[in-house]
Ligand binder design. Structure first.
Ligand code: NAD
Length: 295
């Protein structure tokens, strides 16, 4: 059993922290939202009134926050956790954030003797609940090995992508591709509907054909085709459009900086940006399907 502090109990962090509890660890968590803390208490976790209180006595700190500014705010600065954590503490940041912030926090951690890995995830809320996430880790090999047992309590596929920040690079590439697959799947399904096909029948056909992809197979964007996914729950829960827009901003920013050609990524980013601006930012990203529906 390890004393673990967990910061950020949102759609992803809540079930991830609950899986650490199930694995037998003593987990003390903090989130800004009282409801998230109450749900974690019910899952058998301990709660704290601040991040500073949550990490007291922790050997490992895991964070799952929205964006780079939240992660930098949590760890760095005069009242950041790095000023408080004892040498040797392991910090695992699983938020999806910009590479520069991940590297800067990693560097600041190393300066005070704290072991830091960036460990963004793939697999969505269902993967977080089932403990089947993929973790894509950046950081020193030694720190990766230390983090692995905890990541295995929350996930199934644990990858070491490379040095600090490499986890975020791999994650940004993955999510740009995911945005392209989701918009492409939505438009193919609506094309079928417009030509008289039942979207469930079309999905069954394409899942066994060369158009097969993750969004079609386990995250179908058409309401009613699949149970237990956000599209069948008014696009609530899941992975918010605002977060996808953040990730696409990271990918396009890196593409600009490195002179990479990303025409498909730019198309998907334009669609998701318009979708978010029209008031859908807090819906799951599969709600982009609504843009293609008629009437
Ligand atoms: P979310 O908005 O549901 O959760 C974020 C939580 O962090 C919220 O509960 C919020 O109250 C809390 N928070 C914010 N600032 C805080 C602070 N300073 N101290 C304590 N708590 C704070 O987001 P999510 O869907 O859980 O996503 C979290 C991260 O995981 C994001 O970086 C996202 O891009 C990434 N991600 C999400 C999914 C998904 O399917 N939702 C999949 C892969 C990766």
């Amino acid at each position: 059993m390890t004393n673990i502090a967990f910061i950020g109990l949102g759609n992803m962090g809540g079930p991830m922290a609950a899986n650490l509890v199930k694995a037998g660890h003593k987990v003390t968590a903090f989130d800004l939202m009282p409801d998230a803390l109450a749900a974690f208490s019910q899952a058998g976790g301990n709660t704290a009134e601040s991040a500073q209180a949550a990490v007291a006595g922790a050997e490992v700190v895991v964070s799952m926050l929205p964006a780079g500014k939240h992660v930098a705010g949590l760890y760095t600065g005069d009242d950041g956790l790095l000023a408080q954590l004892p040498k040797g503490t392991l910090v695992v940041d699983s938020s999806t954030i910009d590479v520069a912030t991940a590297q800067a926090v990693g560097k600041a951690a190393a300066e005070v003797g704290v072991a830091f890995v960036d460990a963004p995830v793939s697999g969505g809320v269902s993967g977080a609940q089932a403990g089947t996430l993929s973790f894509i880790v950046g950081g020193e090999a030694e720190n990766f090995e230390r983090a692995k047992p905890y990541l295995e309590a929350m996930g199934k596929n644990i990858f070491h992508a490379g040095a600090a920040g490499a986890g975020q690079v791999a994650k940004m590439c993955n999510n740009m591709l995911l945005s392209i697959l989701m918009t492409g799947t939505a438009e193919a399904l609506q094309l079928g509907i417009d030509n008289g096909l039942d979207p469930k029948v079309l999905s069954d056909i394409m899942v066994k054909s060369s158009g097969r992809n993750w969004t079609l197979e386990i995250y179908n964007p058409v309401p009613g085709v699949m149970e237990g996914v956000p599209s069948s729950n008014d696009y609530q829960g899941g992975f918010m459009v605002d977060l996808m827009n953040k990730d696409l901003g990271l990918a396009l920013g890196a593409a600009d900086a490195g002179d990479s050609m990303v025409p498909m990524g730019k198309q998907a980013a334009a669609l998701f940006a318009a979708h978010g601006e029209e008031g859908n930012g807090r819906l799951d990203f599969s709600s982009v399907f609504k843009r293609y529906q008629k009437g």
